[in-house]
Write a protein that binds this ligand. Structure first.
Ligand code: ZN
Length: 240
């Protein structure tokens, strides 16, 4: 018959192993979080540049239409002017043509400078896309690393989880909640008595207490120094 203290000791041993497995992950989750943030940032930068480029392209396409239109207007006016005999009207059309030519020239200049801008931004965008893709690979590698580690641990986690659940269900009264409460402060919530001392805080224990713990293994006994649950030295568990 397994005593309450034996079951607590078994759970403590399993938890020690589970903590070890968890530590194998180290700061991998944090590393992944950082890489996700870098990737997200790069995606936003690419989107922003793409937006600027689209605006330029839209402007250039519209400007080309307007230029054709202006040229068309200019030619029509030139033909009209050819037929005009009246000086006043002739001058008016001359002015109008000059104005259109001026508009055409201004827009052509702007179109050229926007074209240069477009080429430059395209180059910047290419570099930003490259950086974004590198960040994606970097992030995916980290995801893969964590996945791989989880796969390695999966069987053991499952096995330990089942054993742990069995012992936890078997514990009576407040024993399990008490163990969990102490775990908040001490990861090793239940420790063995070694050389008449608590192996958690090394404070020595009076012989009477040790005898009491040995003979009453269905009750929890706490170290007065640190509050951990004390396990008699002779209880030996090997459940992991
Ligand atoms: Zn102690």
């Amino acid at each position: 018959m397994e005593t309450q203290l034996y079951k607590i000791a078994a759970i403590a041993q399993i938890d020690e192993r589970l903590d070890e497995l968890n530590e194998d992950f180290g700061d991998l989750p944090e590393q992944l979080r950082r890489k996700e943030n870098v990737y997200k940032e790069k995606v936003e930068i690419v989107e922003e540049t793409q937006g600027i480029l689209n605006e330029i392209k839209k402007f250039c396409a519209q400007a080309k239409f307007i230029l054709v239109d202006l040229k068309d207007k200019e030619e029509k006016l030139a033909q009209k002017q050819f037929q005009i005999k009246n000086n006043r009207e002739f001058d008016a059309i001359t002015n109008e043509i000059a104005h259109i030519k001026n508009e055409h020239e201004k827009l052509s200049d702007k179109l050229r400078s926007e074209g240069v801008k477009e080429d430059n931004i395209k180059k910047i965008l290419e570099e930003q896309i490259r950086e974004r893709d590198v960040a994606k690979v970097d992030m995916d590698d980290k995801i893969e690393e964590i996945k791989h580690l989880k796969e390695i641990q999966q069987d053991e986690l499952l096995r330990l989880g089942k054993i742990r659940d069995k012992y936890a269900d078997d514990l009576k009264g407040r024993a399990y909640p008490e163990y969990e409460r102490i775990r908040v402060f001490h990861k090793d919530a239940a420790v063995s008595i070694k050389k008449n001392s608590c192996s958690g805080c090394f404070s020595s224990l009076p012989p009477q207490i040790i005898v009491n713990i040995r003979t009453n293994q269905d009750t929890l006994h706490y170290c007065e120094g640190c509050g951990r649950i004390l396990i008699p030295e002779e209880i030996f568990v090997d459940v992991v």
